[in-house]
Design a protein around this ligand. Sequence first.
Ligand SMILES: NC(=O)c1ccc[n+]([C@@H]2O[C@H](COP(=O)([O-])OP(=O)(O)OC[C@H]3O[C@@H](n4cnc5c(N)ncnc54)[C@H](OP(=O)(O)O)[C@@H]3O)[C@@H](O)[C@H]2O)c1
Length: 383
Amino acid sequence: MKRISILGSTGSIGTQALDVINDCENYEVVALTANNNIDLLEKQIKKFNPKIVGVGNEEKARLLRERLDNNKVDIISGIEGLISAATINCADIVLNSVVGMVGLVPTLEAIKSKKTIALANKETLVAGGEIVTRLAKEKQVQIIPVDSEHSAIFQCLTSGKKEEIFKLILTASGGPFRGKNSKDLENVSLEDALAHPNWVMGKKISVDSATLMNKGLEVIEAKWLFDIDIEKIDVLVHPESIIHSMVEYIDGSVIGQLAIHDMRIPIQYALSYPKRKFNFLNRLDLAEIGKLTFEKPDNKTFPCLTLAIQSSTIGGTMPAVLNAANEMVVNMFLQKRIMFKDIPKLIENVMNSHNVLYDPTLEDILQSDMWSRKQVQKLVELK
Ligand SMILES: NC(=O)c1ccc[n+]([C@@H]2O[C@H](COP(=O)([O-])OP(=O)(O)OC[C@H]3O[C@@H](n4cnc5c(N)ncnc54)[C@H](OP(=O)(O)O)[C@@H]3O)[C@@H](O)[C@H]2O)c1
């Protein structure tokens, strides 16, 4: 029996993780958290009986306490709720599937409590990769990737030794605007940006996929997860999303992981690792698919990928600044306050005015994050 705490249980990854858990007898849910969606959280509590529940929004936490008056569950609000769920004594695994930088501190706390981490929350590694991986090494805590690309690489890495890796090849669907040029992107709508061709995901990651920032964040995530130079990580557009990523070894052999595009596969692998478990999901039928295609990413039309890689090459607090600026502009785009084409321009502008701190502490990262958000706010107000 594995005992699991899920941070962000009401989101796209969180709900799919509960589907996986529901279909398998070997898991017990010990903690759940959400931010606002207490209707769904209430249903999840009734079904999975966690010992504690975290609710980010204080007012929603109060409402949920009222609704569950007679229930034995402990409801903790604010960031404390996330931290309590991340450190709960009885959990073996913490699945971090919250969206955004809010996941960083709970990840660090879970590592300090020696929990195995199943990590979907890529912003954690983008902003704080250096301190997260250092602490995980020190505490001998394993971080198992949930992101499909990183799960693929994690699986392909069993085919060789670290010194035998030539490069990692992260595949990318190309998002809803693949094949368009800068002019075409001038007036695209929010609805167009959210319409991902292959995956149904949360709104933030959907917009990140449309700008290709998601792939940039994933390159940084891969650098930290697999302790590999950023120059050894390539991005390859593969619109069918069947090969989830590959590892090329020094002898020219390329090992890839293939599956249908269903996040329940990498989620299940992260939870059941090091074992594999049978499931009833659709099977990959390559004859039915017929052909797989590949192309280079269009860095000119989608500058966010280059910005992310640049931020990582610069290092220090720059990736945290890129991440925070991106979270802010994506939110503003979701609120229809800015246009799609403004996204990379605003991020680049903020990066250009940042004084980087190297070998950052958690405090430096949190301060840089705040600074970046304020810069975006100022730039948008000036427009
Ligand atoms: N979706 C995918 O297929 C996919 C694939 C690979 C990686 N990822 C990564 O996984 C993470 C989650 O993505 P998602 O698509 O599942 O996002 P999502 O659907 O937006 O869900 C986010 C979850 O985080 C909670 N949350 C949001 N803000 C919070 C806050 N301030 N405090 C506490 N909880 C908060 C949400 O609660 P409410 O529901 O109450 O708002 C929800 O449970 C992201 O880092 C994403 O990049 C996602």
